[in-house]
Write a protein that binds this ligand. Structure first.
Ligand SMILES: *[C@@H]1O[C@H](CO)[C@@H](O)[C@H](O)[C@H]1NC(C)=O
Ligand SMILES: *[C@@H]1O[C@H](CO)[C@@H](O)[C@H](O)[C@H]1NC(C)=O
Ligand SMILES: *[C@@H]1O[C@H](CO)[C@@H](O)[C@H](O)[C@H]1NC(C)=O
Ligand SMILES: *[C@@H]1O[C@H](CO)[C@@H](O)[C@H](O)[C@H]1NC(C)=O
Ligand SMILES: *[C@@H]1O[C@H](CO)[C@@H](O)[C@H](O)[C@H]1NC(C)=O
Length: 360
């Protein structure tokens, strides 16, 4: 009997060891069953690339397409962690899809869905500032205390390049820089801030806040949020674009803290609708920003075409024949081809062609 017990214990031990070595990926998998607990017990050898967005209102699907684009272009298989601040009706929709994708994909990513959270004082005021809940991002340094650095994106952003392309700019920060943004404009004649703003703003033409590299460690050291409140109080009646204006005012007073990334990392309709003012022919367009609803309108069909190509791609299918080829065809079609933004179709495809272009 004793002998039997010993054998049984040995068997259990061996099984456990076997399990540990062979089932490791499943540990990550189980983590996905508790995506909103806020804990992350899993250790990764590789760096974790945090991508953060805030999703409210009708933006569940847009958020999912953004996430899909980041995974689709994650060519180097970096470990991605998506943190989405969102509200009740959207949480379930997003969670269901992401659970589904985690089951389909052998490539790993992780996600966390967190409720919107604002500083106690004037919670309602913050929530209604600008488009629903975009001001959330101003409080990331204190909401995500365990995170060193992250890429914040608006939900109407799509990746057209691997996360590593933009992430490399963290390494280019000098000692004083805490965040990176792309210019709001490239041209004085059609710039918004230089013509209309009734408050100070960064640089010659301001910055766009749709894509933001944030070194939270440094932002916390700078006491970022303590700078935000006084600016809001002083300028709240003069700001038009909500949190983006606050960011512009803040960096007007602290220009040494901001790193400027090139326009191809936040490519918007303004860059091509009148004339081409962002030179992306060399590097290609890295992240595209369908602001003002351009992913869902026919005003410049290039934007809708890119969105639709990513939205309809299925992870289980072939990236060359089921994503790249249909996208090439759609971009060649007349409505895109005849629009002014259609001229930059080649720049849209540049990175995708080099990553997925060979037919094997
Ligand atoms: C906000 O309010 C909650 C409960 O009312 C309190 O526990 C928390 O300490 C407050 N936080 C701040 C930063 O004042
Ligand atoms: C952010 O800044 C901290 C403090 O300077 C630094 O230790 C860290 O490496 C930086 N993170 C990135 C991704 O560069
Ligand atoms: C970092 O770069 C910014 C922008 O070029 C500059 O204003 C700042 O003085 C630089 N900081 C250091 C420590 O060199
Ligand atoms: C665009 O940038 C590339 C590389 O920086 C340069 O060689 C090219 O001349 C530029 N094109 C225009 C139209 O400015
Ligand atoms: C638009 O498409 C037509 C036919 O497919 C082609 O001949 C023409 O060169 C295209 N124009 C542009 C600007 O690409």
């Amino acid at each position: 009997m004793r002998h039997f017990h010993m054998c049984f214990l040995c068997f259990m031990a061996l099984t456990t060891i076997f399990y540990i070595f062979h089932e490791r990926p499943n540990w990550d998998h189980t983590a996905s069953f508790h995506p909103d607990t806020g804990t992350n017990a899993v250790r990764h050898k590789k760096n974790t690339f945090h991508i953060v967005a805030v999703a409210c209102g009708q933006r569940a699907q847009e958020t999912l397409v953004m996430i899909k684009s980041a995974i689709l272009f994650n060519y180097y298989q970096e470990y991605l962690k998506f943190i989405i601040f969102t509200e009740a009706p959207l949480t379930e929709i997003i969670k269901e899809k992401l659970t589904d994708w985690r089951d389909t994909l052998s490539q790993q990513f992780e996600y966390e869905l967190l409720p919107l959270k604002f500083p106690n004082q004037s919670e309602r005021e913050w929530k209604t500032l600008f488009k629903p809940c975009a001001a959330q991002r101003l409080f990331l340094p204190s909401l995500l205390k365990d995170v060193d650095s992250l890429l914040y994106v608006d939900t109407d952003i799509l990746f057209l390049s691997p996360i590593t392309d933009i992430w490399k700019y963290f390494g280019k920060f000098n000692e004083t820089q805490i965040a990176a943004l792309a210019p709001e404009h490239e041209n004085e004649n059609i710039g918004w801030y230089n013509r209309f703003a009734r408050h100070p703003f960064y640089g010659r033409l301001g910055v766009n806040s749709g894509v933001m590299l944030m070194n939270l460690t440094r932002m916390r050291q700078f006491n970022w949020e303590q700078h935000v409140f006084p600016i809001y109080k002083e300028f709240k009646l003069r700001i038009t674009w909500g949190d983006q204006d606050i960011i512009n005012i803040l960096f007007y007073y602290h220009p040494d803290k901001l790193f400027i990334i090139p326009c191809e990392y936040n490519y918007r309709p303004d860059h091509c609708m009148y004339m081409s003012i962002c030179n992306s022919s060399h590097s290609g367009i890295k992240l595209i920003h369908g602001n003002r609803g351009y992913f869902h309108s026919d005003k410049q069909p290039l934007f809708k075409t890119v969105y639709a190509a990513i939205e309809s791609y299925q992870f289980s299918s072939n990236v060359y024949s089921d994503f790249l080829l249909p996208l090439r065809t759609a971009l060649n079609a007349q409505p895109v081809n005849e629009s002014s933004c259609g001229k930059i179709s080649g720049d849209i495809l540049l990175v995708a062609n080099s990553l997925f272009g060979s037919t094997y």
